[in-house]
Design a protein around this ligand. Structure first.
Ligand SMILES: Nc1ncnc2c1ncn2[C@@H]1O[C@H](COP(=O)(O)OP(=O)(O)OP(=O)(O)O)[C@@H](O)[C@H]1O
Ligand SMILES: [Mg+2]
Length: 278
């Protein structure tokens, strides 16, 4: 494969993130995955994947439909436990512990590693209640005033406060699709996560709503670690510092985003990013 010089915009891309390749590849891992396999019944959907998700990074997971992106990110908060016949082997380590160990309570785990789905899915409740529900059931607030503060902070972080502050008691479903997705992000933030998993969070949104979510992802990186699945290579390039390419259940390569899109090491990655496959 030909190696070419970076274009000036790619150089700018790196500079804008203010990190060198060395710094990016040496990110402190927040979640360490070692030799992860996922089976649906007899079928092996994820094969021997070892991948670290670094602190305060956005990592994009890309690859053709059916390659296992959703299956893989659902491992990170044990969402696959909800699928009958799904089995995960290998180690997924957070805070020195395997999240699949016996005795791990998935309820706090799923607050610590929150998830935003492809289609905005607000609860059939008010905007306020959508955000307040989690902190209340997780016992994170001691008073009504504290709850109101958490709701406001979460909506502010999700970039939605100014648009909804006068309508907090309207149904969440009365918002536009892009606002509903930001409400779902606020709901995830409200329970104090460290990691946010996003599975194609913009695929149901128009370009303006998508641009808002992308900007938000960049801001959220200061506070959280984000793993995002996307079919849009432009989106991966805009929001992530590292990109992982999956193919038929295997992790083919992972690296700095600009490197993956300009100098992929593997032919399969090159074929995908140049549109020859997928
Ligand atoms: N609930 C399930 N039961 C059985 N097989 C499944 C299930 N979910 C996914 N699979 C299979 O596992 C493989 C990986 O699927 P997955 O949904 O993770 O792919 P993906 O990369 O997210 O695809 P897409 O880009 O289309 O969302 C596919 O072969 C799929 O058919
Ligand atoms: Mg998927």
């Amino acid at each position: 494969m030909k190696i070419r010089e970076k274009t000036s915009s790619e150089v700018a891309f790196n500079r804008d993130y203010g990190k060198t390749v060395g710094e990016i590849t040496s990110l402190k891992p927040r979640i360490e995955c070692r030799n992860v396999n996922v089976y649906y019944g007899e079928k092996l959907a994820i094969q021997n994947v070892s991948l670290d998700v670094g602190c305060n990074e956005v990592i994009a997971l890309i690859g053709p439909s059916g390659c296992g992106k959703s299956t893989f990110i659902r491992c990170l908060n044990r969402m696959n436990d909800t699928i009958i016949g799904c089995r995960v082997t290998g180690d997924i380590i957070m805070d020195g512990k395997n999240i699949y160990d016996n005795g791990v309570d998935v309820v706090p785990l799923r607050a610590q590693v929150g998830m935003v789905f492809q289609k905005p899915n607000p609860f059939p409740k008010s905007i306020f209640e959508n955000v307040a529900y989690g902190p209340r059931i997780h016992g994170l607030v001691a008073s009504k005033a504290e709850l109101e503060e958490v709701v406001e902070t979460s909506l502010r972080r999700a970039g939605l406060w100014d648009e909804v502050k006068d309508y907090l008691h309207q149904p969440g479903t009365s918002l536009s699709g892009g606002q509903q997705q930001r409400l779902c992000i606020a709901r995830t933030i409200a329970v104090n996560p460290e990691v946010i998993l996003m599975d194609e969070p913009c695929s149901a949104l128009d370009p303006i709503a998508t641009a808002k979510i992308e900007q938000l992802i960049d801001e959220l990186r200061v506070h959280y670690t984000i793993a995002i699945v996307t079919h849009s290579m432009q989106q991966a390039a805009r929001v992530s510092q590292r990109t992982a390419y999956f193919h038929l259940g295997r992790l083919i390569e992972v690296g700095e985003t600009a490197q993956i899109f300009t100098n992929p090491r593997h032919q399969l990655t090159e074929d995908y990013i140049t549109g020859r496959f997928g």
